[in-house]
Design a protein around this ligand. Structure first.
Ligand code: SF4
Length: 360
């Protein structure tokens, strides 16, 4: 799908989470959230490092209590990527997180409290030069919003966000990012569309409680991908019941499919059909596994047959196309040589390394 010409993301206010720009047409940033207990400082630092290593640009950590807020002092010191403190219920934890070096905080308008509390948080964030995400969640809207707008729907989601935005603005605070997460991708899509017409703050997209890596990736691709294709969304987080590194991989796959960001390899593989005479499913799985550690932006094709294979994958940098017990190794639609089925993956990666050497 072609992205719309009038992109909301090109018109949003530019805010920075430490060195990472959000909004104002900046590249859509990839976020994830730690699974570690924030009070366990070494484990939390290690997971942030692992996330940074696989391309995550912003990490979020849960702040359930004062000990977690105090742990930020050590976690945020020389962290490879900026750290966001996730706050629910207790505004004092937001204040403590800001004092201890959080690079951004996320507050939930449904449960953070009244104007005076929001004011204190806004003033502290302003003093420290960090942004605030107003993180609306369909599961925790305030009773007032539910009563006013007839339950959980796009109006109650958007009005909840706008009310909090106004509270921050009333205190002269404008480094705001907004999210409207719901587990229902349709509600999430409708809510963000409505909000995009009413605000110029950068939008953080996500389908919350999306599910297991399989189910969750699809639901996120539908929700996040639809909005991104319409030009809405400045930063994304794919929520999966799995390792956060999986979330980052899924996020880049969505961005790659829409040609918004390219990071790391792209694997193209055919669905197989009656022409296939090799164990393509095994070979493709092996190639996918080995590509996980690959950082270069290469397109690799794994095709079932040589009749259509190289032609169908002409745009691939490198690929293999099956024959009878063997593969043709090809590059950009041109055949390089035949390789034995059992050596095909090894030969493919040898050729990828050779491409790298030639490029130097
Ligand atoms: S590339 Fe060949 S084996 Fe794969 S789906 Fe196409 S025709 Fe079938």
């Amino acid at each position: 799908m072609k992205e719309q010409d009038n992109k909301h993301r090109d018109t949003t206010r530019l805010v920075h989470v430490r060195e990472v720009p959000l909004g104002g047409g900046a590249p859509v940033a990839v976020q994830s959230m730690n699974m570690t207990d924030t009070r366990d400082i070494p484990a939390t630092r290690a997971q942030i490092a692992a996330l940074a290593d696989c391309g995550c640009e912003i990490a979020r950590v849960a702040i359930p209590d004062l000990e977690a807020a105090l742990a930020l002092r050590e976690i945020c010191r020389d962290t490879p990527i900026p750290v966001v403190a996730d706050i629910h219920f207790d505004y004092r934890l937001a204040l403590e997180s800001i004092r201890n070096g959080a690079h951004k905080i996320r507050i939930n308008p449904g449960n953070i409290g009244d104007k005076d509390r929001v004011r204190e948080v806004a003033l502290a964030a302003k003093e420290h030069g960090i942004p605030i995400r107003v993180g609306v969640n369909s599961g925790s809207l305030s009773q007032k919003m539910l009563d006013l707008h007839g339950g959980v729907n796009r109006q109650s989601m958007v009005e909840s966000a706008l009310e909090n935005i106004r509270m921050l603005e009333d205190n002269g605070f404008e480094d705001i990012v907004v999210s409207l997460k719901a587990s229902d991708p349709l509600l999430m899509i409708e809510s963000y569309r409505l909000l995009a017409g009413r605000t110029r703050y950068p939008l953080h997209l996500g389908v919350t409680e999306a599910g297991t890596p399989y189910e969750g990736s699809i639901r996120s691709a539908v929700g996040i991908g639809t909005l991104l294709a319409e030009g809405i969304g400045d930063t994304i987080r794919v929520s999966l019941t799995g390792q956060p590194e999986e979330e980052v991989r899924a996020a880049y796959a969505i961005l790659k499919a829409l040609r918004l960001r390219v990071r790391g390899p792209e694997l193209i593989s055919c669905p197989t059909c009656g022409r296939t005479q090799v164990d393509l499913i095994r070979v493709a799985a092996e190639v996918e596994q080995r590509l996980k550690s690959e950082k270069r932006n290469i397109r690799v094709a794994v095709m079932g047959c040589a009749v259509n294979g190289p032609g169908e994958a002409r745009e691939a940098d490198i690929g293999i196309a099956g024959g009878k017990g063997e593969f043709l190794l090809f590059s950009k639609g041109h055949i390089l040589r035949k390789v034995n089925e059992k050596d095909a993956v090894e030969e493919l990666f040898r050729e990828i390394d050779r491409m790298e050497e030639n490029a130097r």
